[in-house]
Design a protein. Sequence first.
Length: 129
Amino acid sequence: MTRHAVSTSGAPSAIGPYSQGIAAAGLVFCSGQIGLDPVTGSLVDGGVEAQAERALRNIAAVLDAAGCSFGDVVKTTLFLADITDFATVNAVYGRFMPDPPPARSTFAVGALPKGALVEVEAIAVRPDR
């Protein structure tokens, strides 16, 4: 199996030993994205709604770099620092996902990197496969 790193300036650079995404066997695996502005490297202002939107825009940039879109996503995972933010994040998420939306899991976690309130990861099927 051959795997290739997916990289874009449209999403924050990896801050550890991982890739923004990996393309392999016709799939694209997007690493978790938090609400970091890709230019400043800082969390966006505006709370969980703004962070969820930025995280999804970051995922969109990685997908785009791999030749995919949200229409190619088959599975997402959401990580929330506070489960009471579920409805707010769900509303933002719904604006990005086409019909039918991908399969999804959502978890409340103890903490996220940089004090983020939400993290999103995705798996897509490359349309050329």
